[in-house]
Design a protein around this ligand. Structure first.
Ligand SMILES: Nc1ncnc2c1ncn2[C@@H]1O[C@H](COP(=O)(O)OP(=O)(O)OP(=O)(O)O)[C@@H](O)[C@H]1O
Ligand SMILES: [Mg+2]
Length: 475
């Protein structure tokens, strides 16, 4: 049995790679897919650990007519409202450049989510954009919301530098199913949003095994998952209505020629490999430019995600010019039009973030900060305080004892980093936690939300701390 977090293995003296995307082979960058590698000969790839559908991530060996392939890729923009097709096309071209972007510290830390009613055409569109990476249709997606967290994680790790579709988030029939779907959506948002693996909290409040998604995901669903503000802020939602799609016209036409989308990817991959070093130099500047073009009065994460998509569009336009598929003027026009659409997408997403109760926001942030080791809460019997400045309090079997100011500051900063403002002051927060029966340190005599307690690690001096149930950190 192959272990999936091994990225290659040997059998009968042969080496098998177990992921898609860029890999240095014999000192040269090559792009792995189910059928071998673009840029290296005789390479064996085995994606079977990730299930049947992954064998469809198979690219043609060559592209005999790059100009024709690029024209077909540009036609993809016409299959539906450009509000929808621009971000999808941009995502496909962006993700293939991930390896170069990682080298210059630009992380693809978001996911796309197409929301629309049943039968609106979400899955059809998802299958068509995935056709840039192989022979896909909507009966065989690489991932969906019914998968176990482990297998979704595994797939997200194997599908490196390529798009992953996670299909079909739907209204649940019962509570248990609802919780399961919500958890899957939460995992997806966290994994892609933070470039971190699913948070698994041990009894010591530490993060367990970590491995990261290495591509970009597009989810589809009938409704927005109810995963709070910080979860939703990690996703860009795109709404899809049946009328948005030119189904019997352009859609059918491009679908019938979808082989050319994969051929376009082959030509693009070759172009990236040829221009690798040059791109590494200029992409950070292009990104800063795109970032500056986004609305600045609000520093939401959506702006960053949209700027990254604009970078994907820039890559497509440059490749289209170099390969002779589009005239320079047309490519520039296309990029301008797409840039405006991406700006609007960011704006709409920031405006529609669903607001969450401050107390739930507080708990979500505390859970994530603790799980990621960004704050330290140590056992009450521990005598030494960690020296890294992340200490915010102690815990025993029953309670967390938190330093109020440090804790509030950590949570407020957690949201600030996402371009969100924590909505209430610390006093209001403690009161609301008290009203919800979550805070146990109300001192009526002193009129405070804190009680005094001494801890070995802080020299046994009595400190004013807030008491919360320890359970709140388990999600
Ligand atoms: N815009 C459209 N106009 C007409 N027919 C369409 C359109 N889009 C899709 N179809 C047809 O409707 C069917 C359903 O589309 P699709 O499965 O892509 O929708 P969906 O939004 O994923 O639905 P669900 O929520 O049920 O998963 C398709 O098989 C196709 O035949
Ligand atoms: Mg569907």
């Amino acid at each position: 049995m192959v272990n999936y977090y091994v990225s290659k293995y040997r059998r009968e003296e042969k080496t098998y790679y177990t992921h898609t995307g860029w890999r240095k082979i014999g000192g040269k960058w090559a792009y792995l897919h189910a059928g071998g590698a673009i840029g290296a000969d005789g390479v064996l790839v085995d994606l079977s650990e990730g299930g049947e559908a992954l064998s469809r991530y198979r690219l043609p060996e060559t592209c005999e007519d790059a100009a024709r392939a690029v024209k077909m890729a540009a036609s993809f923009l016409e299959v539906a409202d450009k509000r929808i097709t621009f971000p999808l096309l941009a995502a496909a071209f962006l993700v293939v450049a991930s390896e170069i972007l990682r080298a210059v510290n630009i992380q693809l830390d978001f996911a796309l989510f197409m929301v629309g009613k049943a039968q609106s055409g979400k899955s059809s569109l998802a299958a068509l954009v995935l056709s840039f990476f192989g022979d896909f249709d909507k009966t065989a997606f690489p991932a969906n919301f019914k998968m176990t967290p482990n297998s979704l994680e595994k797939t997200a790790f194997m599908i490196k530098d390529a798009l992953l579709i996670v299909d079909d988030f739907h209204p649940a029939q019962n509570r248990a199913e609802k919780e399961k779907l919500k958890q899957a959506a939460q995992n997806l948002a966290r994994a892609y949003g933070d470039g971190a693996a699913r948070v698994r909290m041990g009894a010591d409040l530490k993060l367990r095994a970590a491995f990261r998604p290495r591509g970009l995901a597009i989810a589809t669903g009938e409704e927005r998952p109810d995963i709070g503000e910080s979860g939703q802020a990690r996703m860009l939602f795109i709404s899809v209505k049946r009328d948005d799609i030119d189904y019997y016209g352009k859609f059918k036409e491009v679908e019938a020629n979808k082989r050319w989308l994969a051929k376009c990817m082959v030509a693009y991959i070759t172009w990236l490999a040829e221009n690798w070093e040059k791109l590494k130099e200029i992409l950070p500047q292009i990104y800063s430019g795109a970032r500056a073009d986004m609305q600045t009065e609000n520093s939401g994460r959506a702006n960053e995600a949209a700027a990254k998509l604009a970078l994907g569009l820039w890559l497509f336009h440059q490749f289209a010019i170099d390969s002779g598929g589009l005239a320079e003027n047309d490519a520039v026009e296309l990029m301008k039009e797409g840039g405006k659409i991406l700006q609007q997408l960011a704006k709409d997403n920031i405006a529609s973030l669903q607001t969450e109760k401050p107390t739930s926001q507080f708990i979500t942030a505390l859970q994530e900060l603790a799980a990621a080791g960004q704050v330290e809460i140590i056992p009450v019997y521990q005598q030494n305080k960690p020296e890294d400045g992340k200490f915010i309090g102690c815990y025993d079997e029953q309670y967390l004892y938190l330093l109020p100011q440090m804790t509030y500051k950590a949570v407020a900063e957690f949201y600030m980093k996402q371009g969100l403002q924590f909505p209430v002051s610390s006093g209001t927060l403690w009161r609301q936690l008290h009203e919800e029966g979550l805070l146990f340190s109300r001192d009526e005599v002193r009129g405070r939300w804190t009680k005094r307690r001494a801890f070995g690690c802080c020299g046994n001096r009595p400190l004013d701390v807030i008491w919360l149930k320890k359970d709140i950190l388990k999600d």
